[in-house]
Design a protein. Structure first.
Lengths: 256, 79
């Protein structure tokens, strides 16, 4: 443990784990981007000083484990229904800061209806959407966001768009609506993009504090285990493949 | 150049190597050691090159790295 480490004299700590994270070690696979995104959310909670009144909504999928790694309250929703549960929590108790943290198999598949309607109503919640183009927890099946030609265990010859359609661009869909205040797409494959994603997540939480309404940060992530590549090649997959279908940037920013 | 130090939590490290790939100065590398989960942990193989830029800690998916910067207390001039 780091607590026992001897620090030479004259050294000051410039980076450490956020206070909102528990001491439990992550149970994600090596190189999984969930770890970085989870840390950025915890840093946003720390920076805004809202830990005592923050409630996270855990979805179904790898992202569900997040509740173990935080020192704030969590509710687990039925598969895909995180935005609906968040709506109820926020409406019943407007003082709470409510965020959902969902993967693409949850938000973009079984939970599309709840997400679209929560966005359309402009619910004052924060949604973190981790898009890794695959079902991670269940063993690497095709997700709605899987890229054309991408090999998964259910599309061993690559995704055939004539049979299964094209990658679902949730952020572009939601950005067309009048309800959402902030829709952005970020990535965490290198340090510059980690910093940009950090600012976006912070903005999404600030919007909720200021009552601006529905804010969603989509993060294009890699799942090296199910892509069957090394973690470093997982980052390459994001830059060379995923970003061709999911370009980064702010899709909607409403000032009021 | 500022003098830095990346302290890696051996038990949290899963040996994914993202910090090694991200370090702009080639400070980090795989050590010869394995932790209790059987992962080959990363370590500072060239500690003298570290500037404390926190790049490794920012990309670490397991939040296993703490970064320290050498900032000695100002020395008073002898009278």
């Amino acid at each position: 443990m780091l607590a026992d480490a001897k620090i030479p004299e004259g050294y000051v700590r410039v980076f450490r784990r956020p206070d909102s994270m528990s001491d439990a070690p992550y149970t994600y696979c090596p190189g999984c981007h969930h770890g970085v995104i989870g840390r950025l959310v915890a840093e946003a909670i720390d920076e805004l000083g809202i830990r005592g009144r923050t409630v996270g909504i855990a979805p179904v999928g790898c992202a569900v484990f997040l509740y173990r790694f935080y020192r704030c309250d969590f509710v687990q929703a039925a598969h895909g229904r995180a935005c609906a549960v968040a709506t109820g929590l926020k409406r019943a108790n407007p003082d709470l800061i409510v965020f959902s943290y969902q993967g693409d198999g949850d938000l973009a598949a079984i939970g599309t209806a709840e997400t679209v309607h929560a966005a359309n109503r402009g619910e004052n919640i924060t949604v973190i959407f981790v898009n890794n183009q695959i079902y991670g927890m269940t063993g690497g099946e095709m997700a709605p966001t899987t890229l054309p030609g991408q090999r998964t265990v259910t599309t061993p010859e690559g995704r055939d768009v004539r049979a299964t359609g094209y990658p679902l661009k949730i952020s572009e869909m939601l950005a067309q609506l009048d309800g959402p205040a902030y829709i952005t797409r970020q990535a965490v494959y290198d340090v510059r993009h980690v910093q940009m994603a950090r600012r976006a997540i912070l903005q999404a939480f600030r919007n909720q504090l200021e009552g601006k309404g529905f804010s969603m940060v989509e993060v294009v992530a890699a799942c090296p285990t199910n892509l069957k590549v090394s973690p470093v090649d997982g980052n390459k997959w994001v830059t060379e493949q995923a970003l061709r279908y999911f370009p980064l940037g702010d899709l909607k920013v409403r000032d009021r | 150049m500022p003098k830095g130090m990346a302290l890696i939590d051996r038990e949290r490290c899963k040996g994914c190597g993202l910090c090694i790939a991200a370090c702009p100065f080639g400070v980090l590398g795989f050590s010869d050691e394995y932790n209790s989960s059987g992962y080959n942990v990363a370590a500072m193989v060239h500690p003298e090159k570290c500037t404390g830029c926190i790049t490794c800690a920012q990309v670490c998916p397991d939040v296993a790295i703490e970064v320290y910067l050498f900032r000695p207390a100002p020395v008073r001039e002898a009278r």
